[in-house]
Design a protein around this ligand. Structure first.
Ligand code: ADP
Ligand code: MG
Length: 700
């Protein structure tokens, strides 16, 4: 169905072929709808006009109304000059200043005409000045009715052709005037909008572009954000419910001899309350007849591996095979060793499958999988290769989800007649509202308690001028028998310089600590060499490990008590938290030292402060989301889910996400098979969105 909004943007008065070209190239705007949905990124309250004698230097952007008295030019060196317009409103005089664009200024602004000047006042030479202010004729300004002025994103190219924010404001205004009242179809039914007091769609569109007050703006934003998030949630929940109906889950009815033997004889400690709770949730899922799709969130060191193992034992007790997929060889190997150790004395065949398992050994493992002999397979991506076939895969566990794409998760499903139960473990906690959106089809379990006896890690910030005291602290710890990580940043763009830094750092550390042995690990090393160096540290043969973030994930050396992170400003929050999680795993007090230079950006300051302030992974994840936005969040990029949200912001609009989720859940519960007439409009709209929007349905 094509409507008024499907019209070509070219045919909107004030656009034409040339501007259409720019709009479509720069902002992807091709139709009236595209323009209508191109929302302002900010609004400035222009309802107040100040008198010049009211100004003070602490004010943000303000506007004044008056006339230019005269122009004056000042030379700035040989070729450049400064143009000053003396501007008065009858209450005082300010200077409007430009450092370029002489021709344009003389051509555009005239002495004696009434202008509204908008800018930030600063004091210069005893007088207020506005540098490069926005200036408009008072008569033109009736345009935005002097209320909230919208600001639209533009690009450099657009500005060069006069397509400023103002120009977009004008054509948007034209567009809205062209839409006859009542011609835009409503996309939410009254049984949703009325109880929630949501604005009608058409009014929301009008007010989002031209709010007369902050209140109006907030109403419009709520309506549009809600709508966007509601359909995202409806789609996710609908998908999950379809999936549940289509696939049956294997039923693991009993807890048998393996589980019980392990629990009685091999498990040396009591489960934490959180571990017990999560085990209940997992057991209920696996016995319930529907396929488990569960996300297990737990901070580093919270004991996820043990939960994984207990779940696997239940699967094995029900004659199924299991696998764990880890993101790196080191981690897979470590899981392998941990689990072998846990299962000592039990008759359960555990095998490791990574890229380095080759030839006869590999053949042997693959055969064991096909004939059902191997009960636990632990590996890297190698696990999802086509050559890997199971007799009876009942439970698949993915560790450190953020390294795996959603597509890979799906490949695991295909390894079995019915999809196996899935447990996805992550140590990068995802705030609830984000989890609801990107892992909306997963149920979430949380381990929010560390095993007893752990001492919280003490985190401090040091400047790189304080290295001497840092080194003596390190020496002290090592002399007490501890081990130390020293992490260098390594990012792809300046890999070469970074590696050189690490090499140099390594050499100078050898000079500073001649009495200690030092290991060195980075991603460019051959994996065999890397493993060897790691192993020396794991076995305690070296006291210091110099490394890049290759150690970020999973490595477990309880004796290591100090984590030094150099150039800490170059790491993201969740990365810092992961790295810190490498220490604090033993009974001794551990330390994390973040080293930076003196010059820090505001954002870096915040990151460092949060790290020093808390060990709580959830708080850190929330903060990370707020600082960086969800698009940047580790894991969301790799998960293959584009955030095609035009107005909602998952980081800030958590409450609206929850509202949308609740409403969508009600609909799905009332009409799981999408047949009810009263919901027809919703299902149709969803279909429409699936066609034009992100392919949410293909996700998971
Ligand atoms: P995660 O994978 O969540 O980062 P791990 O599973 O590696 O954490 O557990 C960290 C350490 O804590 C391991 O040495 C593990 O054996 C130990 N551990 C796990 N659960 C408990 C518990 N309930 N009590 C004591 N120690 C535990
Ligand atoms: Mg782990």
């Amino acid at each position: 169905m094509t409507g008024i909004l499907d019209q070509d943007i070219m045919y909107l008065p004030g656009v034409g072929p040339k501007r259409k070209d720019i709009l479509s190239k720069e902002l992807n705007i091709a139709t009236w709808r595209d323009l209508l949905e191109c929302y302002p990124y900010k609004y400035v309250d222009r309802s107040k006009i100040y008198h010049i004698n009211e100004l003070n230097g602490a004010m943000p952007f303000v506007q004044i109304k008056g006339r230019i008295l005269s122009f004056e030019e000042f030379a700035m060196g040989a070729r450049r000059k400064r143009i000053v317009a003396h501007f008065s409103d009858g209450h005082g005089v300010v200077d409007l200043v430009w450092f370029r664009g002489t021709q344009y200024i003389y051509k555009t602004y005239k002495v004696g005409i009434e202008y509204i000047v908008f800018g930030k006042p600063t004091v210069y030479g005893g007088r207020y000045q506005f540098a490069h202010p926005e200036i408009e004729k008072t008569e033109d300004l009736q345009l935005s009715e002097m209320g909230m002025q919208p600001y639209y994103s533009t690009t450099e190219k657009m500005k060069n052709c006069g397509m400023t924010s103002r120009a977009i404001e004008k054509i948007t205004k034209t567009l809205i005037a062209k839409i006859p009242e009542g011609s835009l179809p409503e996309t939410l039914p009254p049984f949703i909008t009325v109880p929630l007091h949501l604005l009608g769609r058409e009014n929301a569109f009008r007010d989002i572009h031209y709010p007369k007050s902050i209140g109006e703006l907030q109403h419009a934003q709520l309506r549009l954000k809600f709508e966007e998030l509601f359909y995202v949630q409806l789609n996710i929940l609908r998908y999950a419910s379809d999936h549940r109906r289509k696939y049956r889950g294997y039923i693991f009815q009993h807890v048998g001899s393996n589980f019980n033997y392990f629990y009685k004889n091999n498990l040396k400690f009591e489960l934490t309350g959180a571990q017990k709770r999560v085990m209940h949730e997992i057991r209920a899922d696996m016995a319930g007849g529907r396929q488990m799709n569960r996300l297990l969130q737990g901070d580093v060191g919270s004991g996820k591996t043990l939960v994984a193992l207990l779940s696997m034992l239940i699967a094995i007790d029900n004659n199924f095979q299991t696998c764990i997929m880890a993101p790196t060889e080191i981690l897979a190997e470590q899981h392998f060793n941990t689990i072998k150790e846990f299962l000592a004395g039990m008759d359960i065949r555990v095998e490791l499958l990574t890229g380095i398992v080759k030839g006869k050994k590999r053949k042997n493992v693959l055969e064991g999988l096909v004939n059902g002999d191997v009960k636990i397979l632990i590996g890297t991506h190698a696990v999802i290769e086509d050559t890997v076939q199971f007799a009876h895969l009942g439970l698949a566990i993915v560790d450190e989800q953020h390294r795996f794409g959603v597509a890979q998760r799906a490949r695991l499903w295909a390894k079995s007649e019915n999809p196996p139960h899935m447990l996805v473990m992550t140590a990068t906690p995802i705030p609830r509202t984000l989890a609801m959106t990107i892992y909306g089809d997963l149920d979430v379990s949380v381990i929010d308690e560390l095993p007893p006896g752990r001492k919280p890690i003490i985190t401090t910030h040091k400047f790189d001028t304080q290295m001497t005291s840092l080194y003596s602290g390190i020496r002290q710890q090592i002399n007490q028998g501890r081990q130390v990580y020293i992490v260098f940043p390594l990012i792809k763009e300046n890999e070469k310089t970074d590696l050189k830094n690490l090499e140099n750092g390594y050499e100078s550390l050898k000079e500073i600590f001649p009495e200690f042995n030092i290991s060195k690990v980075h991603g460019k090393m051959k994996s065999k060499e890397k493993e060897e160096e790691m192993r020396k540290f794991v076995n305690g043969n070296t006291q210091i490990l110099v490394a890049t973030t290759v150690i970020e994930v999973g490595v477990n050396v309880p004796n290591a008590s100090v984590m030094v992170i150099l150039d800490a400003q170059r790491f993201g929050l969740s990365q810092l938290h992961q790295l810190r999680g490498r220490v604090g795993r033993g009974a001794k007090q551990s330390f994390c030292i973040l080293v930076t230079s003196y010059k820090l950006s505001e954002e870096t300051r915040k990151r460092i402060d949060i790290m020093c302030d808390t060990n709580d992974g959830f708080r850190i994840a929330e903060a990370d989301l707020k600082l960086r936005g969800p698009g940047d969040l580790e894991g969301t990029q790799q998960s293959g889910i584009a955030f095609d949200l035009k107005i909602a912001d998952i980081a800030r609009d958590g409450q609206i996400v929850q509202m949308a989720r609740d409403e969508a859940q009600k609909i799905i519960d009332n009409d799981p098979t999408c047949e009810k007439v009263e919901y027809k409009m919703l299902w149709n709209r969803l279909k429409e969105l699936r066609k034009t929007n992100v392919n949410w349905a293909a996700i998971s």
